[in-house]
Design a protein around this ligand. Structure first.
Ligand SMILES: *Cc1c(COP(=O)(O)O)cnc(C)c1O
Length: 356
């Protein structure tokens, strides 16, 4: 038998979660965001599981071109656009859509001879302060893009910094509406948090990322409350059991000591598999379907878990690190991060099994 870790990826979950996003934004086109190898789930796998998607949005141009070449005929948007002339030419040749967020990109569109005009998402910075043109510059930039002749279509776009939090989208929406008032072009604003929490942002096209994968974008609303099913379940098994006496330590740094006689299970899963090294003692884990906690530091290939709650556990017992029965968001919260980071970090050495 080989090392027992694996990631089960539920193909049905993508369809269910896509449908949940669509239910919340019924008047909008729903782009499935598949950047970072579909948040660790496999770009080709997710694309194949979502033939009903109105389109896909990603960052990596190679993946976008492959998706086009695999026969997907609807929209594929590059969320950061292009970085050099050759990429813009490839975008035009593969009929991809591109974000246009910078003066550099605009100049390339103005000066390059392209094989065909491209679909452009003109990005306006409404407070995130990462990418995009200042709201005050939006009209002038739009005029230049239209005059360039390089744009086959133009969608006005922004991205929210606080759609998931109590600040909400009010200020960003005011800036966007002021910048675009009276301009009759399609608009794309909403990420997953805005899809679920802010209907006024839905407009023509929404961009669903984390929700597709069955995790929550919110700190205070669970994926289950949002009607989302986990797509990834990280599974392994116990490969050893240690009987500890009072005061015995476990693992590197001896960060955990048994208070009394207890059993500790050793799980074949460590930070080289994508499990967060900074997950502290007490991070939730399932053993034989019973909820228990980690005890001792996460190492490269193993974690150790308290078996007090699972007296029947033995070598070979099933362990769920996150997914079915244990929301990834709970593990992330314990480790001081978000579900996004954990799923993106799934390591290439973990075998993936596609399940219904
Ligand atoms: C990643 C990304 C999204 C998706 O965000 P989620 O929170 O995962 O839904 C949407 N829009 C842009 C521009 C992004 O970069």
């Amino acid at each position: 038998m080989s090392r027992p870790i694996r990631a089960d990826i539920s193909l049905a979950a993508f369809g269910r979660n896509y449908a949940a996003a669509r239910r919340h934004a019924p008047q909008s086109r729903v782009l499935a965001v598949v950047k970072a190898n579909a948040y660790g789930h496999g770009l080709a796998r997710v694309a194949k599981a979502l033939p009903q998607a109105d389109g896909f949005a990603t960052l990596e141009i190679d993946g976008a071109v492959r998706l086009r070449e695999s026969g997907f005929v609807r929209e594929i948007v590059l969320l950061e656009g292009f970085f050099e002339p050759a990429e813009l030419t490839a975008i035009a040749a593969s009929r991809l859509a591109t974000a246009v967020h910078s003066e550099d990109q605009l100049r390339m569109l103005e000066t390059l001879r392209l094989p065909a005009p491209v679909d452009c998402y003109l990005k306006i910075n409404t407070g995130m302060n990462r990418l995009g043109f200042a709201p005050e510059a939006a009209r002038e930039v739009l005029g230049r893009l239209q005059a360039s002749g390089a744009a086959r279509s133009i969608t006005l776009m922004t991205h929210f910094a606080t759609a998931d939090g109590h600040e909400g989208v009010h200020e960003a929406m005011n800036r966007f509406e002021t910048a675009t008032h009276g301009i009759d072009l399609p608009k794309s604003l909403a990420n997953s948090a805005a899809i679920f929490a802010h209907p006024r942002t839905h407009a023509d096209t929404v961009r669903a990322g984390i929700a597709l994968y069955g995790a929550t974008p919110f700190a205070d609303r669970s994926a289950e409350e949002l009607g989302l099913a986990p797509a990834m379940t990280l599974r392994s098994r116990l490969i050893s059991i240690q009987d500890l006496g009072p005061g015995d330590p476990v693992g590197y740094g001896a960060t955990f000591h048994a208070l009394h006689a207890m059993r500790v299970g050793v799980v074949a899963c460590g930070y080289a598999d994508g499990y967060p090294r900074h997950a502290p003692n007490g991070t939730p884990v399932l053993v034989d379907g019973v909820r228990t906690v980690t005890a001792g530091r996460v190492s490269m290939d193993m974690i150790t878990v308290d078996l007090t709650a699972a007296p029947g556990a033995r070598v070979g017992s099933e362990v769920v690190l996150w997914g079915e029965g244990l929301p990834i968001d709970e593990v992330a919260h314990s480790a001081g991060t978000v579900g996004y980071e954990l799923m993106c970090a799934l390591a290439p050495r973990v075998p993936v099994v596609e399940v219904a």
